[in-house]
Design a protein. Structure first.
Lengths: 468, 176, 981
């Protein structure tokens, strides 16, 4: 090897793994990334069938709930909230990573974002759809809740109570869903136009043409578009933080030991990012395999996500630690009992320990590069973290409720088949939406990847020119 | 008066595109536009575009959201239907903050999206440009330049575009 | 004066066997079938927990359709209570005085009637036994009245009879039996002190001299009667007054239980539980924890058979009888201390024996009371009120012998369900089937009616005329509140029918009896009669006290004959249930669902045993075991009861019904299958552990306070020091808060409540009173087990100290109406807000059911309608509803309102009268025999509640949370004997 070649090789080894593998042209990228849309996949069909069947559970679960009442669930006195709110918080937490990845990484100009942001945003929207269902159906009378929670003028002359965190929830979740949807759609418009122009069938051209709204890639449009997209990303960032803070207020504002905690907002946000990244990994690893996206979703992306999970896991762990510390330091007998008796040794202790294992121990493996780059382990770990985050919400909600102040009112909780149907149903319905997304919408932000590709080739050319 | 026609030229690189645009501007053509699959850095300067109004729209909308949020909560809970809720009647209440913030973001966000739609005059599912089959590559991998000219200038401008390095030149058909 | 309001006034009574009855049942079957398809679309199957309810709806509706058409129009007038205005206004509540008897002894009641239907039972303040209070059973009677599954009409061998037809048939029967002097005729009557019935019985004896009249009930006081016979030579009844008593020894006597005179005794007992010189001290010796036991200052646990030796030991210490038995050192020390305390309070003490104890113990108690100089102060003696109608457990075996001897053609049964409650081994059902004419008068169809050839529906006491006497002899008139809902008759009418006087109507019999007895001229009598009806009591009818010297020798010899307590082996102890008594309330969903005051088990009984015994037997809670006595056995689930005596198993009677209404059937274990006639304790029980696991529906699963300051108690000694009061200082007063407190002092009214834990005995009367007043749904066993019981007020019960014999405290908890209510600010739709008078209001119409309020309520007093507990209420059950209280739908949160409807009712009255609201009683307060609950206006410095809020014993529950509750608790003071510390 000649010395310059050797130096180049060494440089190559030190440099991070590439964000886009190979040197594809725009046309190649186009063909590669739109392949799932134009060439049907058998695995996809089977998965859709499965997810559709699973979504049937959701329909059954919701029908039974609305026809018969919340009593079909396991909720009781004292456990007024259980799977309904666990699932709500879990899904909304998952729904946070998407916007965070997309918006925050955009603001920080993290280039690796482009390959995964579309996935993440879609995941946000579908997860928020699952989440938004629960605040409504968990009420005893959803047919009233659907509009009494909004401030509309009525003959009773009564207004919602703006002191209630549940009202904040309504505003936060609906705002979050609206903004996420607009953000996602705005990002999608150029790609839909690309699809319209790539498609050869007339029906596809018309369909995608309608959704592309008339995008032509005009530089006069790009000018407004980029600024608008950036501002939208800018306001989405505090929005994400606010939404999960507000979700945490549902608990933090109350009196209940285990809920009444000032650390909740940051700890919930970190938990959301943590759980959300885990969900992105869980989805993206099989998707990139099935649709052969390895060129644009490279191991470096996966590794970066593992790093984010490691950091957020440690924030979450710190939250656990501080909760316990405050319970001990405050010497509040009710809190002490919850944190030192009920959680570690109570009836649901197993779930508490699962939470600690999945959320605290498992991510510690990401200190090792081997763990960060092992796709199989990443996938397993991401699923474990998903379970851990669900367990965390169970710990917060059910374990705090089932033993509160008066021991006379303590009572156990057990989910019913309807609870499981709805939980399983939301996972299926989420999967169904996600599969449809993969099939019909560019799942990687095409325009942005092309832009990145262009920039990287430009840089390379520049570097090559600078050091001949 | 003869109608305006749009002539399109496809260029292999950004530099060629910008060069062509500058040459056309020098020869008195100002109704120029570029079409590309991704935003082109520097295109604003080349096309001499004014600053986008989008940030002002968003800011104003956010302000409206915040003010209306505060007024709504104060009026609804402390004026129109004042009621003792758990002895918590502090004006202004810190409990107003979440809803106020969310309303600000909601209005800002929606105003950006719908503001853009208004600026683009979207939705516009049909455009005579789409009649040019080759122009489809504008959203895939090609760079196009458009220039609006008088009908009688079409052929001279077409030649000019080719001379400036256009790989392809197309005339956009007249709107039916 | 007004005529009786009716539901439906038919010009002509329809014959009960009218065809429409059957038509409606078929219609209902069709409707039920149609209804079942309703949920088929979404839910593949109707979950099993709902099946019982749907079954009840179907049955209920059948009753409503079939029954209402058959009621007899009333022709008599009834008279409202003395203080009520006479004009009738729609929506206005009238109270009528009447009386309810339990095993023959009456409690005077005032029944509130709204628009012609009784909707609320209260105690009659003018009646000596109730003094305005009422028991769970008195309250529960109302649900029995409107039970859609009540027996209807008269049936002979499956054929319906009209009332006239029935009378004709009975007349024919009576003529036949008259011929041989009634040699083939017998009666099995329920104990009843009714003077009119006594007269009828005399008439029957005159007409049928050879007929046998048996009186029977599962729970009898024949041991007490026999004990009095030993001590005094004649059956005198003990009449207790606890007011002067400073030292009380209960030998297995559950005098706070709800039976007999417990309302008065509870009031007198509670009155002396406040700290001070007047405070009494209660010792209880018993096997299982009873209501009386949990209120004891010292509770000595021992097997049932060990109570007698303990009593002898105390008596020996007092020098009443010689010869102290050998007891454990602990019990010897106890007996010594108790005797010393009793002796120290000579003339102000009382010793009581329970009905389960053998006659010798009762005799000994008489001797002890005499020796302690209590006679004439805390105890008096009088002639038994029941007289010849006292129940005897020997009645059923005697009857069985008569039937087996073929001596019976006709048997008239008014006693409650003898087939079910018959002694073990006596198959009365098979025997009854052999009698050609077995006439059974019952409120509900049950095991006995299935075996009897004649089934006659009994009217509910609230539909009947009659008379009754309380335990002290005071007579009351029983007047109906409503025309019979179904074709039915009364015991008086039935007995009169055998005297060819069945068509006269009960009223005339009662009136004739009292006219003759009063010996007044008709005009004066009429005025008196109306006065008695208004007042609810007939003056001058109390039994006078009789002096009776105790025959000590007879007592000693009876004691000598007592079998010695076997040290070894398990003892089975049976006990009446606090909910169902002897089983007669098994059809009453309120009483079934009412948690047992000690174990908090709902919809079940269980084999209670101590922790040590459970360990020794190798069984654990919920495990199904076989309890065997000789050849007889039952399967029962085990429950470990703290404070239960070792080597003993307690099982309450009244459960395990195999027939009857849907509510009663299949709930719990039938303890009668192990019971010898009249026996309560049996040695030689074997317990075999089984494999099955039983799921109890327990309303309170956790029995420890976990060291939290919730239900506070102090001993008199602790209370006398400043340390006790110092502890309370942190538990009341204004908490630190960032909020500026709303000033309620300028309001005219500011409602508040106080609960005195020293007074509360945990009897649960408040729970049922609240359920009745506020239209609270029952949810069934499965839902109770799921933690969805709906009671707005609950009596929390905590144990402290050793599990073997813990101290117990009961604490009624209802909505605390916090001034800074945690529930309110979290409600997104303003469905729970504060009133200007300080009430935490629940706006059902606005509620969407997020349940956040319940989660944030530290007292967990909010109740959520998880399902439609009453999707379709049978028409007859709608009559039960208090028209002043909303019936909540599913998906809505509900909770205690401080009986806001009563406040508003009083406000309307006050406004129309141009006055201030005077006294308002909440339903729980009104029922409470202990007067532990006080409600009123905190802005009135004279009000009792205000004084109690300022009492030095006052504290706030969970005060440190800063909720500022409007309900104040007063700490319980215990009065332990320093010698036993």
């Amino acid at each position: 090897m000649t010395p310059p070649a050797q130096a180049a090789a060494e440089r190559e080894a030190l440099a991070p793994m590439p964000l886009i593998a190979g040197h594809p042209t725009d046309a190649q990228l186009n063909t590669e990334l739109l392949a799932p849309i134009f060439s049907p996949n058998e695995t996809w069909k089977k998965l859709v069938g499965l997810a559709a069947m699973g979504s049937g559970m959701l329909v059954i679960g919701l029908t039974v709930t609305i026809a018969r009442g919340i009593g079909m669930w396991g909720n009781n006195q004292p456990v007024g909230w259980a799977y309904d709110i666990i699932n709500f918080v879990w899904w909304i937490g998952i729904g946070h990573a998407g916007t965070l990845i997309s918006a925050i990484l955009l603001l920080f100009q993290q280039k690796w974002r482009t390959s995964i942001n579309r996935f993440a945003e879609a995941m946000t929207i579908f997860a928020v759809m699952q989440a938004a269902m629960f605040p409504l159906v968990h009420t005893g009378r959803p047919w009233f809740a659907i509009y009494w929670l909004f401030p509309y003028p009525n003959t009773m002359g009564i207004w919602p109570n703006f002191k209630s965190p549940l009202i904040w929830d309504v505003f936060a979740v609906s705002t979050y869903f609206t903004i996420s949807l607009l953000f996602w759609y705005l990002g999608l418009i150029p790609d839909l136009a690309t699809l319209r122009d790539t498609a050869t069938k007339r029906t596809q051209r018309i369909a995608y043409g309608i959704f592309a709204l008339g995008w032509k890639g005009s530089s006069r449009h790009w000018q407004h578009y980029r600024i608008g997209y950036l501002i939208l990303a800018g306001i989405s960032t505090p929005l994400v933080l606010s939404v999960h803070s507000i979700v945490s207020f549902d608990f933090a504002v109350s009196q209940l030991p285990g809920w009444h905690t000032t650390i909740f907002p940051p700890y919930f946000v970190a938990g959301a990012v943590f759980g959300g990244f885990a969900m992105v990994l869980t989805l993206i690893i099989p998707a990139r395999k099935v649709f052969r996206f390895n060129n644009v979703i490279t191991d470096r992306h996966l590794e970066n996500m593992a790093k984010v999970m490691l950091v957020t896991s440690m924030i979450v762990s710190y939250g656990y630690l501080m909760e316990n510390f405050m319970a001990w330091y405050s010497a509040n007998p009710y809190e002490s009992y919850l944190f030192f008796v009920t959680r570690p040794f109570g009836h649901y202790a197993a779930i508490y320990w699962i939470m600690l294992f999945c959320n605290v121990i498992v991510p510690q493996t990401f200190w090792w590069k081997k763990a960060r780059t092992s796709v199989a382990w990443l996938w397993i770990a991401s699923i474990l973290v998903g379970i851990g985050m669900w367990a965390e919400r169970f710990v917060i909600i059910v374990i705090s409720l089932y033993r509160d102040f008066l021991p006379s009112s303590w009572g156990l909780y057990a989910p019913t088949w309807v609870d499981w149907f709805i939980f399983g149903g939301t996972i299926s319905f989420f999967s169904l939406l996600f599969l449809l997304f993969l099939r019909f919408v560019p799942s990687v932000a095409l325009a942005e990847v092309k832009e990145l590709n262009h920039e990287m080739q430009h840089e390379k050319a520049h570097a090559a020119g600078g050091h001949p | 008066m003869s109608a305006e026609r749009v002539v399109l030229g496809k260029y292999p690189s950004v530099d060629a595109l910008y060069g062509a645009a500058r040459a056309l501007q020098a020869s008195g053509h100002s109704a120029l536009d570029f079409y590309s699959p991704y935003p082109l850095p520097g295109s604003d300067e080349v096309l001499k575009l004014r600053r986008s109004p989008v940030p002002f729209v968003a800011g104003a909308a956010a302000l409206v959201g915040v003010v209306s949020g505060v007024l709504m909560q104060w009026w609804m809970n402390d004026v129109d239907y004042a009621i003792n809720v758990a002895n918590r009647s502090v004006v202004p209440s810190p409990t107003w903050m979440p809803v106020t913030f969310e309303l600000g973001v909601l209005l800002a966000g929606t105003s950006i999206f719908f503001g853009l739609m208004a600026l683009f005059r979207f939705p516009r599912p049909y455009d005579p440009l789409f009649e040019v089959e080759a122009f489809r590559s504008a959203t895939i991998d090609a760079l196009w330049l458009s220039v609006a000219v008088k009908a009688e200038q079409v052929s001279t401008v077409s030649d000019e575009l080719r001379r400036l390095g256009a790989a392809e030149v197309e005339l956009v058909p007249e709107e039916a | 004066m007004k005529s009786l309001p009716v539901i439906q006034d038919h010009a002509e009574p329809r014959p009960p066997g009218h065809r429409s009855l059957w038509q409606s049942v078929e219609e209902l079957e069709a409707r039920a079938a149609a209804g079942r398809g309703e949920f088929a679309a979404g839910a593949a199957e109707v979950p099993p927990e709902l099946s019982r309810r749907s079954f009840m709806q179907i049955l209920g509706a059948s009753a409503a359709l079939g029954g209402l058409t058959a009621c007899q129009p009333p022709r008599e007038k009834i008279v409202p209570f003395v203080h009520e205005p006479v004009e009738n206004r729609p929506g206005k509540r009238f109270h009528y005085a009447t009386a309810l008897s339990l095993d023959g002894y009456a409690t005077g009641l005032l029944v509130g009637s709204a628009d012609g239907r009784p909707v609320k039972v209260e105690g009659n303040p003018a009646h000596p036994t109730s003094q305005g209070a009422s028991s769970t059973w008195d309250q529960g009677a109302l649900l029995d009245l409107y039970d859609p599954e009540r027996a209807k009409g008269y049936w002979r061998a499956g054929n319906a009879l009209s009332w006239r037809g029935l009378l004709a048939e009975i007349q024919k029967l009576a003529r036949e039996h008259e011929a041989d002097g009634g040699a083939h005729l017998a009666f099995l009557l329920a104990p009843d002190a009714s003077p009119t019935q006594a007269e009828l019985r005399r008439g029957l004896q005159a007409r049928f001299p050879k007929a046998r009249i048996h009186v029977w009930a599962p729970v009898t006081e024949e041991n007490a009667t026999e004990g009095a016979r030993i001590a005094f030579g004649r059956p005198l009844e003990l009449r207790v007054s606890l007011d002067p008593a400073r030292a009380i020894l209960s030998l297995d006597s559950d005098f706070l239980s709800g039976q007999g005179e417990s309302l008065r005794l509870t009031r007198e007992f509670a009155r002396h539980r406040e700290p001070g010189a007047e405070m009494s001290r209660l010792y209880v010796a018993e096997p299982a924890m009873s209501l009386t036991g949990v209120n004891a200052d010292h509770r000595f646990r021992m097997k049932g058979a060990e109570v007698a030796p303990f009593a002898r030991a105390v008596a020996a210490q007092l020098g009443v009888v010689p010869g102290a038995p050998v007891l454990s050192p602990e019990l010897t020390r106890a007996a010594k201390a108790v005797a010393a305390d009793l002796a120290a309070h000579r003339g102000r003490s009382v010793v009581l024996a329970g009905l389960r104890q053998p006659p010798a113990v009762h005799a000994l108690v008489h001797a002890m009371n005499a020796a302690l100089g209590n006679v004439g102060v805390t105890v008096r003696h009088g002639r038994p009120v029941l007289g010849d109608a006292a129940p005897s457990s020997a009645a059923l075996p005697a009857l069985a012998r008569e039937i087996e001897g073929g001596k019976l053609d006709t048997l008239v049964i008014t006693a409650w369900n003898p087939v079910h409650a018959a002694p073990a081994g006596l198959d009365l059902g098979a025997l009854l089937a052999r009698i050609p004419n077995a006439l059974y008068l019952s409120l509900r169809e049950d095991e006995t009616s299935r075996r009897c050839s004649w089934r006659l529906a009994s009217s509910h006491p609230f539909e009947s005329w009659g008379d009754a006497r309380s335990r002290d002899g005071v007579a009351s008139l029983v007047q109906p509140l409503i025309a019979p809902l179904y074709e039915s008759t009364t015991a008086i009418d039935l007995l009169a029918a055998f005297l060819d006087a069945g068509d006269r109507g009960a009223l005339r019999h009662v009136k004739a009896h009292w006219a003759a007895r009063s010996a007044l001229d008709p005009a004066t009598f009429e005025a008196h009669w109306e006065g008695w009806l208004r007042q609810g009591v007939i003056p001058g009818t109390a039994e006078p006290a009789e002096a009776a010297p105790v025959d000590l020798a007879a007592v000693a010899s009876a004691l000598g004959r007592l079998p010695g307590a076997k040290g070894e082996g398990l003892e089975l102890a049976l006990a009446p249930s606090y909910g169902l008594f002897d089983g007669r309330f098994a059809g009453n969903a309120w009483l079934q669902e009412l948690p047992d005051p000690i174990t908090k088990v709902s919809w079940d009984n269980a084999a209670y045993l101590s922790e040590a015994t459970a360990k020794r037997l190798g069984v654990e809670g919920g495990q199904v075991v076989t309890l065997a006595l000789g050849s007889r056995s039952v399967q029962a689930p085990v429950m470990v009861m703290p404070g239960h005596a070792d080597d003993a198993v307690t099982l309450s009677i009244g459960y395990g019904r195999t027939d009857g209404s849907a509510v009663s059937k299949g709930v719990g274990v039938d303890a009668y299958r192990l019971r010898e006639a009249g026996a309560w304790f049996a040695p030689g029980l074997t317990v075999t552990a089984g494999k099955g696991k039983h799921k109890f529906a327990v309303a309170q699963g956790h029995f420890s306070m976990e060291g939290r300051p919730l239900a506070l108690d102090f001993s008199t000694k602790e209370w006398a020091t400043d340390a006790g009061r110092a502890e309370l200082e942190h538990l009341h007063g204004l908490p630190a808060t960032a909020q500026v407190p709303v000033d309620y002092s300028k309001q005219e009214y500011s409602w508040g409540m106080s609960v005195d834990l020293s007074r509360c005995t945990g009897c649960n009367a408040c729970v049922i009173a609240c359920q009745e007043e506020n239209n609270i749904a029952t949810v069934g066993k499965e839902q109770v087990a799921k933690g969805r019981i709906m009671h707005w007020i609950r009596t929390d019960r905590y144990f402290s100290g050793p599990v073997a014999n813990p101290q117990t405290i009961t604490q009624p908890v209802m909505c605390q109406h916090c001034e800074t209510a945690p529930c309110e600010y979290v409600c997104p739709v303003n469905a729970t807000v504060h009133s200007e008078e300080g009430l935490n209001e629940m706006v059902y119409n606005r509620c969407v059911g997020t349940r956040y309020c319940s989660n944030n309520c530290p007292y967990k007093v909010r109740r959520f309608n998880f399902l439609a507990w009453r999707p379709e209420v049978p028409d007859v059950e709608t009559l039960l509803f208090n028209p002043d209280v909303t019936v909540r739908s599913r998906g809505v949160m509900e909770k205690c309102t401080y009986c806001v409807q009563r406040i508003e009712g009083a406000r309307i009255d006050a406004r129309t009268g141009g006055k201030k609201i005077g006294q308002v009683q909440s339903a729980c307060q009104q029922a409470c025999p202990a007067q532990a609950i006080v409600f009123g206006n905190l802005n009135d410095p004279q009000s009792r509640v205000k004084k109690l809020h300022d009492d030095e014993r006052r504290y706030d529950l969970l005060h440190e949370l800063g909720t500022r509750p409007r309900t104040a608790y007063l700490v319980k003071i215990r009065n332990p004997n320093p010698d036993l510390a």
